[in-house]
Design a binder for this molecule. Sequence first.
Ligand SMILES: [Zn+2]
Length: 263
Amino acid sequence: MPELPEVETFKRYLDSTSLHQRITDVEVRDAYVLKHVSARGLARRLKGLRFENSHRHGKHLFVRAGEELWLRLHFGMTGWLQYLKRDEETPNTARVLFRFGNNRRLAFDDQRKFGEVELIEDVNEFLQTRGIGPDALEISLSEFKVILEKHRGAVKAILLNQQLIAGIGNLYADEILFRARMHPATEAARLSDKDLTGVFRAMRHVLEKAIALKTDFNRLPKSWLLTHRGKRGRCPRCGRALKSATIGGRTSWFCAHCQKRSA
Ligand SMILES: [Zn+2]
């Protein structure tokens, strides 16, 4: 499921392929992903405009079209972007295609169709209405501490809560806590100042490193949990069998030896 690093990677891909070209057509192949807009409405409002720039917040990507319209993309479980060459075949799972003046197409591909495509006028208003918290890479250490100190519950549940911190999903939350050597069920209220700083630093490191590697699974460090998590997985640090538990409503993987509940 695309989390902050994946969406940032899609943003950079879109920026490098799809800006400043006239949109000549929008083909909706499956209207299921459209939110609050019809296929005809989407095409009518975008035709003739250009994507001018983009902005990522948490797991949402906002692409400005013309002066005052934003295309909002959310990638759900399986969404991603593909810039298709002139004769390149359209993938079966492409749900929306933005065609440009040069005959190239940007495909919003989404096999499982949990993604969202919408037009909005105001990014800040959207974030406020949805109650989406500050972006995980924009937040400062002191803001991070305030959020964790103010809220009860497992530290992992707080990292996953998009209304508190936006962008982190199940996989990267586990990775961050593995790096911080903290058990995911640790009560946030019991964390020391040092613990909080440790989780914050781990969060920044994991997200930035994943972005730098373009979230390519094969390039992720072998010292990361991500490449080992799952049944029969072993801790890359101590070699013991990894454990799983449902925390914050999601299956968490961790090493019970290396990741302690804070005393
Ligand atoms: Zn271990």
